[in-house]
Design a protein around this ligand. Sequence first.
Ligand SMILES: *Cc1c(COP(=O)(O)O)cnc(C)c1O
Length: 444
Amino acid sequence: MSKILHRSIHAELPVAVGGRGIELFDADGKAYIDASCGAAVSCLGHGHPEVLAALHAQLDKLAYAHTGFFTTEIAERLADRLIADSPDGIDYVYLVTGGSQAMEAALKMARQYFVEKGEIARRHIIARRQSYHGNTLGVLAAGGNEWRRAQFRPLLIETHHIAPCYAYRGRSAGESEYGYGERVANELEAKILELGPGEVIAFVAETVVGATAGAVPAVAGYFKRIREICDRFGVLLILDEVMCGMGRTGTLHAYEQEGIVPDLVAIAKGLGGGYQPVGAVLMGRHIYDAFATGSGFFQHGHTYMGHPLAAAAALAVQDVIREQGLLENVVKLGELLNCRLRERFHKHYHVGDIRGRGLFRGIEIVADRGEKSPFAPARKVHAAVKREAMARGLMVYPMGGTIDGVQGDHILLAPPFIVSAGQIDNIVERLGDAVDAAIAPGVA
Ligand SMILES: *Cc1c(COP(=O)(O)O)cnc(C)c1O
């Protein structure tokens, strides 16, 4: 009997013993295609020789030095690389060990930024419903997924939520995509006016919504309008690219495709590709300068921030992506994945929507595609799809609660950037079989 409190106590988990390329192997010798990179993490797949070599080299040099005493060459090199690769307006880095830590740091940074500037009345965080920003209490409060929040509500700080930009569900009949985007973006302005314009710290959003909604990009114009509203009221824009960032959507940062630059952006999952736990906040010069010309000190910190092995893994992963031109592969194979998903599912009675960007794709499962009606949550269709896919040696990332935290099911796909065309065909074939086995077609 396991002594670990596993995520789900009654689940029977296979034991992972190895991995190579896009596959993981269990103790019985069964291979699984990792078509979700776990949770959009393992962007270079498993056992990548260059990343392993970089980790061995750093380990032989130095495993750990506390950031209260030292900086390290490897952490400085990672920061230089991340800033060199970022667009103008992103100038400094804060290194942590994961996505929740990155988002927590971004929220505290945003509050202290205004304290440094003497705008101490600013205290409100506005985010969107149906988003996920991490599981620690601060970012859980910012997240908009009701199911994740419900039992912890008495412990959560006050936050405010507006509608997501989720065209498949939110756009009215007769409304243009652009018009829909403007309407839901304008909810931010209304919320800021309601709370008091001088009292709002930041607006927080996933550029492409990941785990909780299934690869939902905003419609054209939405983020431009959001940026305008933030600028008009002096509200900071914090983008959570923990899942959708670092190349996953075909550009290094997902916001590059929106034509905007945030004040703060959190990255994590693909940053180190799973070779080490690592995350970061990237920030504009104005944020850094407020600290530099103010107290000279960001009142925060963690024991393992800027960890040399984490920095070595992240730098190696980012070097490989750049040297091998893998973002081009994300764009090309992402289009192929989109095509294959459409061929397989576009007339499927139980697939309502196929969406996403690059190698970040979602399909929304429905009971009836005409009415967009969800399956009863108790049927746990998402869990059945996961089970059927695993039985066929395929890892995808299905989740329930797509619509409102309770209703709806979707499947997230996020294959490694090294995936080939033949492997894409294989993934979609196994997924098609898994979906059909999980839901007998035509039965609601
Ligand atoms: C995974 C995720 C987080 C939390 O990251 P952890 O490393 O699990 O703490 C935050 N935001 C988004 C968008 C995520 O997908």
